[in-house]
Design a binder for this molecule. Structure first.
Ligand code: UDP
Length: 338
């Protein structure tokens, strides 16, 4: 797949919400590398200022809640494209802080869509091309595999908090698609599957940074259940290359896309791979689900995307092998410690 290339087109100005977060900061790097101006809005709830360059002539960093930042933009201020990545990320965070997480995911996206639909672009047309980040979690606990974009979602009851994450992202999708239909807003919805790489933190569950952290310290890697659950892990640097290409292809507007890797690996195999790749002396410790998760939590047995749609649209194919990602995650942790 071609990478984001520096071309002789006019300089563009992108707004990246959540740009100090894991995926947002890698996207910001990629946009700056191709010569764009980037405004990042991030309230640093889970994002970190250190994920972004300390100084860059084409980067403006605004530490604020998104709604406040949108309200503060001057009437003449506009963008060529918007990447909306500001969100409460992951089931763990949503279970720990449900009200803030649900309100963030629903209200900030609603405010952002109102803003981009109403605001004239820099070229005078109404409606700024906007990418809305969604999640593979919207498929819920459907047993079908792989997940295709038009598949049914299957959720548990509202008394089980984890499904609030899926529902909040589903509302974002409904809203975005409704703007596309009513206002012809050029909007693209992206369902991120398991995305991994430097700067991801393991605090709220994410398995790979937890495994790498443990392996570096020669501590046991905790595998939940029997380790037979599987996921497909895609390097964040592959993932962010796809985002501007989706937004810039008119045929993608008004559509939903899976984005990630479609090569499954069991969590037990992942643990072995991390230990082997890093030459660690760690052992593997099996932890029953009943100890790992709160009562009522259901771990998904498998999660794999059908990538036919995004392949046809932009020729997406991940290139970075998992071993390299593991090494780079470990090196990034080393750098932070140093
Ligand atoms: N997992 C694990 N040990 C950990 C963290 C996660 O075995 O320390 C498992 C978890 O039960 C799931 C898989 O790894 O089966 C992926 O978990 P993650 O939270 O990274 O992503 P998600 O479940 O949202 O796909």
């Amino acid at each position: 797949m071609p990478t984001i290339a520096q071309t002789d087109r006019p300089t563009r100005h992108a707004l990246v919400t959540g740009g100090a977060g894991f995926i947002g900061s890698h996207l910001t790097d990629a946009l700056l590398a191709r010569g764009d101006h980037v405004t990042v809005v991030d309230n640093l709830w889970t994002g970190r200022r250190a994920n972004l360059p300390a100084e860059h002539p084409r980067l403006r960093f605004i530490e604020a809640n998104l709604r406040d930042a949108l309200a503060a933009f001057g009437a003449g201020e506009s963008f060529d494209e918007v990447y909306h990545l500001a969100a409460a990320v992951g089931v763990g965070l949503v279970m720990a802080q449900p009200i803030r997480a649900i309100e963030t995911n629903v209200e900030e996206t609603a405010a952002l869509l109102r803003f981009v639909a109403a605001r004239p672009r820099r070229d005078g047309q109404r409606g700024i091309p906007t990418l809305i980040a969604s999640s593979s979690e919207v498929y819920g606990k459907s047993a079908k595999s792989p997940f295709s974009e038009e598949d049914d979602a299957v959720y548990g009851p509202t008394t089980v908090g984890r499904w609030s994450y899926a529902c909040s992202k589903a509302i974002d999708e409904y809203l975005a698609l409704a703007y596309a239909q009513r206002d012809a807003l050029p909007v693209v919805v992206v369902r991120f599957f398991n995305t991994v790489g430097p700067r991801q933190v393991g605090e709220y569950g994410m398995v790979l940074p937890r495994f790498v952290h443990a392996a570096r310290a020669d501590e046991p890697l905790t595998v939940y259940g029997d380790g037979s659950a599987s996921r497909c892990f895609c390097d964040v640097r592959d993932v962010v290359q796809a985002l501007p290409r989706l937004l810039e292809a008119r045929a993608c507007h008004g559509r939903v896309f899976n984005l990630g890797s479609d090569r499954p690996i069991t969590i037990a195999t992942l643990a072995d791979l991390v230990v082997r790749t890093l030459g660690s002396r760690s052992t593997i410790r099996r932890v029953p689900y009943s100890e790992a998760f709160p009562a009522g939590f259901e771990d998904l047995k498998q999660r794999q995307p059908d990538l036919a749609r995004i392949r046809a649209a932009i020729g997406f194919a991940p290139a970075i092998p998992l071993e390299r990602t593991i090494q780079d995650v470990a090196s990034a942790m080393e750098a932070v410690r140093a």
